[in-house]
Design a protein around this ligand. Structure first.
Ligand code: NDP
Ligand code: OAA
Length: 266
């Protein structure tokens, strides 16, 4: 077996799903050799889990990206924030470390996207954009290759998940309202940690400037519903994923890591 050295940056809710999958034997081809988080205790919590599972290796709690990259990981899972992805992507790729990324919003910036693409190519590494809280990237990519394609991305959320953003007001607690219409670049600028999915779907198809995005707030709505519609001359597809929590996004990292290492992939 060719064991791959894995590290995680951002030790929150989604990282924990990946660590649990390792401990539960769902990722047999990986060793989690290092973790880094803004709050060190969160990284320690994950490293302790690995240690308690009686692994025959050590998971190092790191204090800086340099320390983490010195572990020479094959793969880095980014489950931190778009700002973190902006900081770590190029150094990691230059270090010979491929990326599995959740905070895809950072890649809506065309110049950054091109730098990442070129650096990955020059260093023979890859950047895996996970399906996260949505899916259907296969049909999005395939339909877009066929010719002129239109793609829309409509999200429904509860008002509480919009608190702290400029579109929030108390009336949303009782009134259903479309609070945003625009493209994915505008959406991620307004909601920096809430519409990574829309940027991911746009990158898989027509690009962040050309996808039509809307966000609707519905009183008492629990979870998120992301509905993607793709149309070209021959194809009409709808991908509609409801999830009660964001856990599916953590599981999509697990699925991507499995696809990287297994002989038969989907
Ligand atoms: N693509 C998709 O479909 C989805 C993507 N996401 C994205 O995934 C990411 C992780 O989500 P989730 O696990 O729910 O979030 P959490 O807030 O639970 O965890 C994020 C962790 O990352 C840490 N962190 C933040 N910035 C940095 C940094 N610069 N360097 C190191 N660590 C950092 C936080 O530290 P601290 O404890 O100090 O806050 C926290 O421990 C987010 O960016 C989120 O927007 C989420 C859902 C779906
Ligand atoms: O969890 C979700 O539905 C979407 C989300 O946070 C993101 O795309 O960043």
């Amino acid at each position: 077996m060719n064991t791959k050295r894995l590290v995680i940056v951002g030790c929150g809710k989604l990282a924990e799903i990946v660590a649990d999958a390792l401990i539960n034997g769902i990722l047999p081809d990986y060793q989690l050799v290092g973790v880094l988080s803004r709050t060190k205790e969160k990284a320690e919590a994950i490293a302790n889990k690995i240690e308690k599972a009686d692994s025959d290796y050590t998971c190092q709690v790191c204090s800086s990206l340099d320390e983490l990259l010195a572990l020479k990981p094959d793969y880095l899972v980014e489950s931190a924030s778009p700002a973190a992805l902006r900081e770590l992507a190029l150094p990691a790729l230059k270090n010979g470390t491929s990326l599995v990324v959740l905070s895809i919003g950072a890649l809506a910036n065309r110049a950054f996207y091109q730098d990442v693409e070129q650096t990955a190519r020059e260093n023979s590494q890859r950047v895996h954009i996970v399906s996260g809280a949505t899916g259907g990237f296969d049909v999005l990519r395939t339909a877009s290759l066929m010719g002129k394609t239109r793609v829309s991305f409509d999200t429904e959320k509860g008002p509480n998940s919009l608190k702290g953003t400029s579109v929030y007001d108390e009336a949303l607690q009782t009134e259903k309202r479309k609070v945003f219409e625009g493209n994915a670049q505008e959406a991620i600028a307004l909601f920096p940690t809430k519409v990574n999915v829309a940027v991911a779907a746009s990158l898989a198809s027509v690009g962040p400037e050309d996808i039509q995005v809307s966000v609707t707030s519905t009183p008492d709505f629990v979870g998120d519903d992301h509905r993607i519609e793709v149309r070209n001359e021959q194809v009409h597809a709808v991908i509609d994923v409801y999830s009660q929590t964001a856990q599916i996004a953590g599981w999509s990292v697990v699925n991507t890591l499995r696809n990287i290492s297994l002989p038969i992939v989907f």
